[in-house]
Design a protein around this ligand. Structure first.
Ligand code: 13P
Length: 417
């Protein structure tokens, strides 16, 4: 199985009335245990990295591990930026491999939230990436004690939600119906009447933040009323911490590896338990069949420099470095590599390998001012002899051949360099 489009995953869950667990990970032990837990009950899953946790890990390294682990997983997966704080973080998350993003503007006024979210939707759509909006305020901090509640809860109003969806066109909406992030002071009272009214009016997958600490009936009722994604972190963090404390109690002079030995099993068990409660267990096959695979695109350009002396290797390196700087910063570009042929008599002497997050980037890259400027002023005049081909990258060993979706025809989109 493989990475899939988050919007498809959530639409399936919404239609079939179950919720996909979206688990924040803070290191590779969490990452591995979350995937292991989802695989143990054949549940689709969302791996989330929250900006509020960035002080605990290197975003770039953990994203690389998440993308790699997701590709090897045996259940369908999406990778999500949770509680992004700025457009810059969202751009960076897409560059690093997130195929779903959230900008948290839930403490802003409705006008400002809509304005900021529209900007994110515009950016994300041009990269094929899904967007989660949030309306209403869920207080608290993931994984922290109940005292860390910076503001009062604001329940989502139906009227605001209708306007927000019409004006932002987000793929899914996080709403506030009584949950709280982090550890709880008691059992939250959820406003199911409000949830049901919002679900009936909006017809889009809804998201619950602060998923830890509800009872079984509440989880089931959330999924039955349009919640297709439940964010869950504190329950995993507390299970991991309990395991470490128990190890420390039994062992007066524990080594680090002894202390963390039980962490993965503790998290895996909690993921398995919650996937079952959310109704996601056993859904991996059906969710995969209903979801388009998330495929990156390699934009390959082979070229010769004009025979005017600029083909000397030191000139080429400087020329290529300018290209890497100009093209690598365009949204949706995952990476830019410049290459030189090893064979002296090769038909083409140089290449660009430019990795796009998804096929949608072909059009937005082609029209991006940085690309137009570099291509028109630098590259095309210097390299008139060239071939450009866009390759959709297919995980032929893992992508399920049963998937119903075929990629759209892209002839008209070619991202000429
Ligand atoms: P909990 O930490 O309360 O489970 O909430 C997680 C969350 O909402 C992440 O966005």
């Amino acid at each position: 199985m493989a990475l899939v489009r988050m919007s498809d995953l959530l639409r399936h869950a919404h239609r079939e009335r179950y919720a996909v667990g979206a688990y924040d990970v803070v290191d590779t032990a969490f990452l591995e245990a979350v995937l292991d837990g989802a695989e143990s009950c054949q549940a689709p899953v969302i791996v989330s990295l929250a900006e509020s946790h960035f002080e605990h890990f290197d975003f770039e390294s953990l994203m690389a591990a998440a993308v790699d682990a997701a590709r090897r997983a045996k259940v369908p997966i999406a990778i999500h930026l949770d509680h992004g704080q700025s457009l810059a973080t969202v751009e960076r998350a897409i560059r690093l491999g997130c195929n779903s993003v959230m900008l948290d503007a839930s403490l802003s006024s409705l006008e400002d939230n809509i304005k900021a979210t529209r900007e994110i939707v515009h950016l994300a759509r041009s990269c094929g990436v899904a967007v989660e909006g949030e309306l209403g305020y869920v207080p608290g901090v993931e994984g922290e004690a109940a005292e860390k509640h910076p503001g009062a809860m604001q329940l989502t109003s139906l009227e605001d939600a209708e306007r927000y969806i019409a004006e932002t066109e987000v793929d899914c909406l996080a709403i506030s119906v009584g949950t709280v992030h982090g550890r709880l002071r008691g059992m939250p009272q959820l406003d199911f009447e409000r949830l049901s009214a919002i679900n009936k009016a909006l017809h889009i997958p809804l998201v619950i933040h602060g998923g830890t600490g509800l009872n079984d009936a509440q989880y089931r009722a959330l999924a039955a009323n349009g919640v297709a994604k439940i964010n869950y972190f504190t329950g995993l963090a507390d299970a991991a911490a309990r395991s470490i404390l128990e190890e420390a109690e039994d062992n007066p002079s524990p080594t680090y590896t002894a202390l963390v030995r039980g962490v993965r099993t503790a998290i895996r068990t909690e993921v398995n338990r919650t996937c079952r409660l959310f109704g996601a267990a056993g859904r991996a096959g059906a969710a995969l069949a209903a979801s388009r695979p998330w495929r990156e695109v390699e934009h390959v350009v082979v070229y010769n420099l004009r025979d005017d002396g600029s083909g000397r290797s030191e000139d080429w390196a400087a020329f290529a470095a300018q290209g890497v700087a100009a093209l690598g910063a365009i949204p949706g570009v995952r990476g830019v590599l410049a290459g030189r042929a090893l064979q002296k008599d090769a038909r083409y002497h140089h290449c660009w390998l430019i990795r796009f997050a998804a096929a949608e980037v072909l059009a937005s890259y082609r029209d991006h001012p940085d690309h137009v400027r570099y291509a028109d002023n630098m590259f095309r005049p210097a390299a008139p002899d060239r071939i450009t081909i866009d390759f959709e990258l297919i995980d032929v060993l893992r992508e399920d051949k049963e998937s119903k979706f075929t990629p759209p025809a892209l002839t008209s989109l070619s991202a000429k360099t």
